[in-house]
Design a protein around this ligand. Structure first.
Ligand SMILES: [Cu+2]
Length: 464
C-alpha cells in the first residue's frame, strides 16, 4: 500500500481559479471549461501530464519528468506557481480531473488520446487532493495528492494501526494425523485502526487484526480455547464458534471483562469451515467492529493440496460519517439497525487486498480461497471478475461433493465458502461481492496472476 497520504487535505478555499486552453494542444477536446472557471491569462510556471489508465483499477499515470510512469503521482509545486495539468485519455473511458481546493475541474475526455488542459494558481502551502469526478472512479483508484510548498504545517492525516489481516496469514494444512488436543489462545483487543486514507475507526478485534486468526484443527480434535481481554479494553467480549456443539458456541463460557481470561473446551465433531465471532451485546456492534474470523475443521486426511490458500472475510462498518469522510469515525447504531453500512470491506479496511496485500499467484497455480462473512448483516455474492470457480464447497460444507463451474456463490452472514480454481492467463482479477454497489463502499481485492499468455484461451482480436 502507498500506505498513508503524506498530509491531510486542508479545507482551504482559494478563490480565483481558472482554466486555460493552451494553444499548444491543438488536439484537445473542444469542450467547455468546468463550471465557474475563467480562462487564465498567464503563462504556466509548471506543467504536468497525466494519462488515464484502466490497468489494475483506474488511475492517472504521469507522463514525462519525475512523475513518468508513476500511478497517481504526487504533484509537487511551489506556492504561487501557475500549474498546468494536461489530462490525456489513455484508456478510452470517460474521465476528468478535478482539483476542488482550487475550484477547477477539467472537461471530460472520452476518446482515447483526447486531451484537455486546466490551469490554476497554487496559492498557500498545503496538501490537497485531485481525483476523477465520474461517479465511482475516485473509489476505483483515480485519486492523488498535490502538495504546495512544504505542504503546510500540522496537516498530518489521521492515522491508526494497520488492522488488515494478510490473506496469506493462515496456518499450514494439518495433513494426515489423528485427533489430538489443540490449545488456542485468543485475545480481544480494541484498537484505533486505519479504515481508509485519512480515516480511522475504533476496531474491536481478535488479536489486533481483522478478521481474527485463522484457526485450523482436525475433525475429532479436542480444542481448549482461552479468550483473554486486554486490560485496556473498554468492553466485555466473548466468542461463539460455529464449529462448537454446545450452548452459545462457547459465548457464555468466555465472557471476559477487561483484564480477564476464560477457558472452555469443545470437541470438533463436524468438519467444515466455520465463522467465529464475538457474542457480547450489542452483538452486531461487536461483530461489525471486527470481531469475526474463521475456524477450519479439516476432515480426516485433510483437503486436497493446492498451491495457494488465501483467507478473506467480508464485513460492514456503520459509521456516523459518510463513506470517505476523514478523521476518527464513530459507530452509528441507527445505521446498523437499518442495515445501511457506510463501508463494506474485506479484511478490515478499504484497500486491504488491493493496494495493501493483493493476492499473488502464477498462471497455472491451483488456488483455494476461504471466504467468510462476518457481516453482521449483508449476504455476500462472492465472485472473481474474469475467473470461474472450478469447485465451490457450497455453504462451506466439506463433506458434500463440491459444486463445479460456478460464477458467483452466495455466502450468508455467519457463513463461509471455500472455492478452488486455476488461473489460465496472466492479469489482475478482482474479488468482489457482485452486489457491486459495495465496490464503491470499499469492497474489492486483487488477485494478480503472472506468467505466460495463452492466446488459445484469451486474446485480443479475431479468432485465427
Ligand atoms: Cu466483543
Amino acid at each position: 500500500m502507498r500506505n498513508l497520504p503524506k498530509r491531510k487535505p486542508l479545507l482551504l478555499t482559494l478563490a480565483a481559479l481558472i482554466a486555460l486552453w493552451p494553444l499548444l494542444f491543438a488536439a484537445c477536446n473542444d469542450e467547455k471549461t468546468g463550471a465557474g472557471n475563467t480562462p487564465y491569462a498567464g503563462e504556466p510556471t509548471i506543467s504536468f501530464t497525466l494519462r488515464t489508465s484502466s490497468d489494475g483499477g483506474f488511475g492517472f499515470v504521469g507522463v514525462g519528468g519525475d512523475i513518468d510512469g508513476v500511478k497517481n503521482p504526487m504533484l509537487e509545486v511551489a506556492a504561487g506557481d501557475i500549474v498546468e495539468v494536461v489530462l490525456e485519455n489513455g484508456d478510452g473511458v470517460e474521465h476528468d480531473i478535478s482539483f476542488p481546493d482550487f475550484d477547477v475541474t477539467s472537461p471530460r475526455v472520452a476518446q482515447r488520446d483526447a486531451k484537455t488542459t486546466i490551469t490554476f494558481e497554487a496559492g498557500e502551502e498545503g496538501s490537497f487532493k485531485y481525483f476523477c469526478t465520474v461517479p465511482g472512479h475516485r473509489q476505483a483508484g483515480m485519486e492523488g495528492d498535490v502538495v504546495v510548498g512544504e505542504g503546510g504545517a500540522a496537516a498530518e492525516p489521521t492515522t491508526g494501526e494497520d488492522i488488515v489481516r494478510e490473506p496469506t496469514d493462515l496456518p499450514e494444512p494439518i495433513g494426515d494425523r489423528g485427533p489430538q488436543t489443540v490449545r488456542v489462545e485468543l485475545e480481544a483487543v480494541e484498537v484505533e485502526g486505519q479504515l481508509a486514507e485519512g480515516t480511522t475507526y475504533t476496531y474491536w478485534t481478535f488479536g489486533g487484526k481483522v478478521p481474527g486468526p485463522f484457526l485450523r484443527v482436525r475433525e475429532g480434535d479436542t480444542v481448549e480455547l482461552t479468550l483473554a481481554n486486554t486490560p485496556d479494553s473498554l468492553n466485555t467480549h466473548s466468542i461463539d464458534l460455529h464449529a462448537v456443539n454446545g450452548p452459545g458456541g462457547g459465548a457464555g463460557l468466555t465472557s471476559v471483562t477487561p483484564g480477564e481470561e476464560k477457558t472452555f473446551t469443545f470437541k470438533a465433531l463436524n468438519p467444515g469451515l466455520y465463522v467465529y465471532h464475538c457474542a457480547t451485546p450489542s452483538v452486531p456492534h461487536h461483530i461489525s467492529s471486527g470481531m469475526y474470523g474463521l475456524i477450519l475443521v479439516e476432515p480426516e486426511g485433510g483437503l486436497p493440496p493446492v498451491d495457494h490458500e488465501f483467507y478473506v472475510a467480508q464485513g460492514e462498518l456503520y459509521t456516523l460519517g459518510n463513506f470517505g469522510e476523514t478523521g476518527l469515525q464513530e459507530f452509528d447504531h441507527e445505521k446498523m439497525l437499518d442495515e445501511a453500512p457506510e463501508y463494506v470491506i474485506v479484511n478490515g479496511a478499504v484497500g486491504s487486498l488491493t493496494e495493501q496485500y493483493p493476492l499473488k499467484v502464477n498462471v497455472g497455480d491451483s488456488v483455494r480461497i476461504y471466504w467468510g462473512v462476518g457481516g453482521p448483516n449483508l449476504t455476500s455474492s462472492f465472485h472473481v471478475i474474469g475467473e470461474i470457480f472450478d469447485r465451490v464447497y457450497n455453504q462451506a460444507s466439506l463433506t458434500s461433493k463440491p459444486m463445479t463451474d460456478v460464477q458467483t456463490t452466495t455466502v450468508a452472514p455467519g457463513g463461509a465458502t471455500a472455492v478452488e480454481f486455476t488461473v489460465d492467463v496472466p492479469g489482475t482479477y478482482v474479488l468482489v461481492d457482485h452486489a457491486l454497489s459495495r465496490l464503491e463502499r470499499g469492497l474489492a481485492g486483487y488477485l494478480i496472476a503472472e506468467g505466460p499468455e495463452d492466446p488459445d484461451v484469451f486474446h485480443e482480436g479475431h479468432a485465427d
